[in-house]
Design a protein around this ligand. Structure first.
Ligand SMILES: [Mn+2]
Length: 420
């Protein structure tokens, strides 16, 4: 697999130059782990088994390269398997429409089966579909759409039906980790796993007995999903972002996965906040953080940033005085005069509860406010912990394992795009 990936760019260029078929295998626009791994593994399998292999099989990650760092569980698993990020081909690095116009493109869709309207022109190029979500539209080509826990299960089955000896260790590890993550560690309680997912995990383990234990890989992937330590401030702000707007301004609300004090003391924070808002036309930004203690109780903090003093005061006042629900905000020291920081006493008030408060405030600002909650370009495929704390529904104390499972289950319940 590693060598296969490393040769893709050259293969693509060579085939374009010689006007030979380019067969792209591509996942959905959220580009979650399942989409990325299914594309890589199926393209690898097709390249190994197609005879004569006159087409170049190219796995494409359906996001711009600049968004890849946000997919922390994917960057983690690929790095673990020695797959070079630089060799991957992202959506902004291949001209699919151009290839199609030149009559060179074949397209296999994995982990989705309906192209977004912006890609409607590519529909004629689709030759195969592997997906595990309910059939929305019957593809006009051959397709495998089965309600299993992970598209990686369908890819594993496809490989298992093919000639022996194709599966290598890295591909097996990618598929194995993906099925475990998607099926919430094969936990029946989470309601994601099917017997076919279990069978594929067993099959991969029988071929590669050295694959790590389920819990080890599952927990590592879950941890990687929420590990933002390597992200830049801009990437942190973008990872879990919503916006509200009226006819005067746009306000950003970012979920942040580190504690507020650490966040506020990041080097160049103020310049980064300013640049982020400037570049995107945001008048201000509300950063909501959530973290969990050893007993898995959430702590929430909140910061309001704007260079426009009047706006910042207004947003602060609205949040301080909110009653449905009351946020019980207590001011925290802030190193920056244009940032107001708070501890949020009401730790159960997730972003889902805070958004309507802000939306109402913006409505009061613009006279003819046509309010819109912007569902910006594919947000991160992960569930937002800022929206849904595992304790948001006030469950009685549980053992840590049960809480972890609950968090995982919530993560798994969300479709790749939590805003849709
Ligand atoms: Mn999937």
């Amino acid at each position: 697999m590693e060598r296969f990936v490393e040769g893709r760019r050259a293969a693509l260029q060579e085939h374009v130059r010689c006007r030979q078929e380019v067969h792209v295998v591509m996942g959905n626009e959220a580009c979650d782990l399942d989409s990325a791994v299914s594309a890589l593994a199926l393209a690898y399998f097709l390249a190994k088994t197609s005879s004569p292999p006159k087409a170049a099989f190219i796995p494409v990650l359906n996001i711009p390269r600049s968004d890849f760092a946000l997919r922390t569980e994917t960057t983690f698993l690929l790095r673990e398997q020695g797959i070079a990020e630089t060799a991957l081909i992202f959506r902004d690095e291949i001209d699919l429409a151009g290839l199609h116009q030149a009559g060179l493109l074949s397209l296999t869709l994995v982990d989705h089966h309906v192209l977004p309207s912006t890609d409607a022109a590519l529909e004629e190029a689709v030759v195969d579909v592997l997906d595990h979500r309910p059939l929305e539209r019957v593809p006009s080509c051959q397709f495998t759409v089965e309600l299993v826990g992970s598209c990686a299960t369908l890819v594993t089955e496809r490989i298992a039906q093919g000639p022996p000896g194709v599966l290598d260790r890295a591909t097996a590890a990618l598929l194995h980790g993906t099925i475990l993550l998607d099926s919430v560690n094969l936990s029946p309680a989470a309601g994601k796993v099917t017997p076919r997912d279990v069978a594929c995990v067993s099959l991969l383990e029988s071929r590669f007995p050295e694959l790590p234990a389920h819990n080890t890989i599952y927990e590592a992937l879950q941890a990687a999903k929420f590990d933002v330590s390597e992200l830049t401030t801009e990437q942190m702000l973008r990872k879990d972002l919503k916006t509200l707007s009226n006819d005067e301004l746009v306000l950003a609300i970012s979920g942040i996965y580190i504690d507020l004090e650490t966040f506020l003391h990041r080097p160049n924070l103020l310049q980064d906040l300013e640049a982020f808002c400037q570049a995107r036309g945001y008048a201000g930004l509300v950063a909501m953080t959530v973290s969990f203690n050893e007993r898995y109780e959430p702590t929430r903090q909140l910061a309001v940033y704007s260079q426009r003093e009047a706006l910042r005061s207004m947003v602060c006042q609205v949040l301080e005085e909110a009653t449905t629900p009351s946020l019980h905000l207590q001011p925290l020291p802030s190193p920056w005069s244009c940032v107001s920081a708070y501890a949020q006493g009401n730790a159960l008030a997730s972003r889902k509860k805070v958004l309507p408060i802000l939306r109402a405030a913006l409505g009061g600002l613009g006279a003819t406010a046509g309010l819109e909650e912007d569902t910006a370009p594919p947000p991160t495929p992960m569930n937002s912990l800022v929206d849904e704390s595992p304790l948001a529904q006030a469950v009685p104390p549980l053992c840590p394992q049960a809480v972890l499972e609950r968090v995982s289950r919530m993560a798994a319940e969300q479709p790749p795009d939590p805003d849709k």
